[in-house]
Design a binder for this molecule. Sequence first.
Ligand code: NAD
Length: 491
Amino acid sequence: MDVLKNYVNGEWTSSKSTEAVDVHNPANQEVISKVPFGEATAQDMNNAIELAHQAYLEWKEVPTMQRIQPLFKLKTLLENHKEEIAKLITEECGKTYGESLGELQRAIENVEVACGTHVMMQSEFSENIASGIDEFMIRQPLGVSGCITPFNFPGMIPFWFLPYAIATGNAFVIKPSEKVPLTMQYVFDLIDKEMDLPKGLLSLVHGGKDAVDAMLQHPKVKTISFVGSTNVARYIYSEGTKYGKRVQAQGGAKNPVVIMPDADIEMTTKIIIDSVYGCAGQRCLAASVIIPIGDQGRFKESLVEAAKVHTVGYGMDESIKMGPVITPESKTRIEQLIGKGVDEGAKLLLDGRNHKIDGLEKGNFIAPTILSDVPIEGKIIGTEIFGPVMSLVDFNELDTAIDFINKGRYGNMACIFTQDGLSARKFRSETMAGNIGINIGVAAPVAMFPFSGWKESFFGDLHGQGRHAIEFFTQTKVVIERWPKNWSRQF
Ligand code: NAD
């Protein structure tokens, strides 16, 4: 099986590395590709960045109205090929085909929003700040933008950044997760064949830490956009800023959901089950800690009954609702965390460990799992499990639930289910998380809004998507201009 190539300076080129790692289909462990890895990928990255910088020097001079034109073509390409791309996402990432189509829709929406970059880049002008003096601000691109993405949304997350970076006049280099390199490989193949972009404007370099470190250290990289686990996000932020770069680094999560006693039981159950078990719990906005306030067992029973019938299997099988987790190591880690929860005193209401699917015995499957009475002083309650595991916690008051949520290390999302406006208003105002859902299970901001993680779910200032992305990928320049009247010529 051939090792994947990098896309550099508008051409597919072999990596300098002789090392490669296997890419597996998580549903059956088949090797579906090989991706370059190891020290020599740093050379690939450095080479791509130098050539991307050359592209930037010309691209920044292109008027913004012209820079957005390729995005219309990109949108059409993604739309016309969404079935093939979605199949690839399911093959390498494991999620259901419907979920893969859903994430692509979010990618397309970001391209659409970035088509308005010429408007979003417009700036401010003050006439006569003093007599005969005007002051205005312009936005200019920075240079080469680096991007490092995780395994769980291979088709969507690159587009939180890519369209905005190039529309604002930067060149863009992406290193996708080595676990799911095929989706971006396919998208770049489409770009190569169907679009007429300047060479080097968009580059794809495979690898792991070596390629990332080269990106972090290269002086021509001016911005870094990262999405992944909190420990790596923290490392990327501290290293990137140490080398003088602007960094936005999105990290992990442990998302709480409060259910008030007045919540609609049917709707709440359905939405929470979809949120906890969607993408096999491998969503940074997956509901994970469920807090039914003053519950007498009503909501718990309803959630257990719904989780029991949440079917697991191969993502291309239309009858199933949940695919496998990404790797055998992930499956082992998640199953060990479930065991640890029980050791800490939690009750196992539903045990999805050791789940086997006929014909897919090697797949990384875990069935829906529910831990109840999870001790709030234990370790599991604050640990990102990133798998199909619901942790139930009991509180009698909304105040104590909010206090508990606010003490958590993460702040990616918090949701409340209620029919009472006052409870909802209190929750949205006092809860320390950047994305709030009210009767919503996955509070994922659409492309016009920033993806607003807080606390250890985000390191940086400006988030991905929308206007935040425009600001992140540009630097402001303020011009103060004087034209004295006595210089004016008579015409
Ligand atoms: P990860 O941190 O293991 O990897 C992310 C990227 O970083 C990959 O491209 C990987 O090659 C690279 N990387 C890994 N270790 C590195 C190191 N030591 N030095 C430099 N680069 C390194 O994350 P993952 O397992 O691919 O993704 C799952 C995590 O991502 C979860 O924690 C999830 O919550 C998080 N996530 C967060 C968001 C968000 O918006 N906050 C969105 C999606 C996923």
